[in-house]
Design a binder for this molecule. Structure first.
Ligand SMILES: [Zn+2]
Length: 441
């Protein structure tokens, strides 16, 4: 295993971002939109696509591009962006650059929320930022999806310390019993806590009942890494399933801690079908799958037309997904298949990959999940004021590397060329003016 990558993952480097312009679909959808705009009143129905609208006619209509419902030009957005810029100005910018979906952070790692909740304290303002962005975006026909982070919650950790995840720990400390992480920033909550699951779903229900959101967007719906969770609940469940927990811990020790460590040891045991390691990995996957299933039931009960999506780690889109399953327990084939669509956080530059990798991950992910997949694209061009503090609340410590406007444009075009039907940029506040200007249409 690549330890530098592992360190970044602990800090949750990855956030979804977004989207693209897409050749075939774009032409037909442009035609449909133009037709709908100008001819519908005369014809009473839309024509069936085909002939592209002449550029002069588009210019006359002020219509540079359009996207059908299946195509996504999205951004992930923090509530701090609304506080700093104002919802109207932000939505106007989104509209100008033809963004049609916003994934708006409602609950970050801190556990606080950006609206007046009856369940948890508000974040850094007493404004209702969710209401503000919804009103500004909906009048411009931009969807707003409420974005919730699952695996960490500082507010919950302070009031329920017994629910904080426990580390595998080094071998010399095993006889001291399970140890929760001491770092206050890593308030990872054990997914076996039924109280936390109910709390998480309660927040989603509260948003669904009070706001006309277009969907729920799950993030960090996974483990942070293989070091967790060895709490008493997990040890008991493993015993019930006939899993030798000591053997699992030993394998983690040999992979990460031993002076003679073999960074592939745990993954090789998994690939070889080792009974205890595979049992442990599948048990953790089952916890995540069940959470997605429960949220789906809640969302679809509210309205079948509401969308459930999620940001997934990109390694699960690799053909060999042992790394992702062993660390994150996030399975595109099982949890992914429960979603209406998936956004892999394929931030290629931070991973040292090419733009072609972004498209490849989306294609693999679609084949595994049988769901639509839109590429999450890293779109960091600047650091905004206060970002460090916000990042701790929202998305962890490590941040993706910066891209140039040209690199962002090339990545979107590479994704488009491979037929991926959408992109989501991570994240709204990190794009420079030039990056916005250079977005492909
Ligand atoms: Zn646990």
């Amino acid at each position: 295993m690549n330890f530098s990558r592992f360190q970044i993952l602990l800090g949750h480097a990855w956030r979804p971002g977004g989207c693209g312009g897409f050749p075939l679909g774009r032409h037909s959808s442009r035609w449909l939109a133009w037709t709908a705009l100008l001819l519908l009143p005369l014809l009473g129905k839309a024509a069936g696509g085909g002939t592209a609208v002449p550029p002069a006619a588009q210019a006359a209509a002020g219509e540079k591009t359009a996207f059908s419902a299946e195509e996504t030009r999205g951004v992930w957005m923090w509530s701090s962006d609304v506080r700093q810029e104002g919802a109207e100005a932000a939505a106007e910018r989104l509209s100008r650059y033809h963004i049609n979906k916003v994934y708006f952070l409602v609950k970050g790692l801190s556990g606080r929320v950006c609206y007046p909740s009856k369940l948890v304290p508000a974040g850094r303002s007493d404004r209702d930022e969710l209401k503000e962005i919804l009103e500004a975006c909906h009048k411009r026909h931009i969807e707003v999806h409420a974005w919730f982070i699952f695996h960490s919650d500082g507010v919950w950790a302070r009031s329920h310390p017994e629910d904080v995840m426990c580390l595998a720990g080094k071998r010399g400390a095993w006889d001291q019993g399970p140890q929760p992480a001491k770092d206050a920033q890593t308030a990872h909550i054990c997914p076996l806590s039924e109280d936390y699951r109910a709390h998480f779903k309660g927040l989603i229900q509260e948003v669904l009942d009070r706001y006309p959101v277009d969907g729920i967007h799950l993030d960090c719906i996974r483990y942070t890494d293989m070091l967790y969770c060895f709490c008493p609940r997990h040890q008991a469940l493993a015993a019930t399933n006939g899993i030798d927990v000591a053997k699992v811990r030993e394998a983690i020790y040999k992979t990460l801690y031993s002076p003679k460590k073999n960074s592939e040891y745990y993954f090789d045991l998994y690939r070889a079908g080792d009974r205890d390691v595979t049992g442990w990995v599948h048990m953790r996957e089952g916890e995540i799958d069940r959470m997605v299933k429960e949220v789906r039931a809640l969302v679809k009960t509210k309205s079948p037309s509401l969308v459930l999506s999620a940001a997934f780690m990109p390694e699960g889109g690799e053909l060999d997904d042992a790394y992702a399953l062993c660390h994150y327990a996030q399975n595109y084939a099982t949890a992914g298949s429960l979603l209406d669509y998936i956004l892999p956080m394929s931030y290629h530059k931070t991973y040292g990959k090419s733009p072609a990798w972004v498209a490849q991950i989306a294609q693999n992910a679609g084949q595994k999940s049988h769901r639509p997949v839109y590429s999450g694209i890293q779109a960091y061009g600047k650091d905004s004021p206060g970002m460090e503090r916000e990042a701790k609340d929202n998305a962890g410590r490590a941040m993706p590397k910066n891209l140039s406007p040209q690199e962002l444009r090339e990545t979107i075009l590479a994704v488009e060329k491979q037929g991926i039907k959408g992109f989501v940029l991570f994240r709204y506040g990190s794009l420079t003016d030039q990056m916005w200007e250079d977005l492909p249409l």
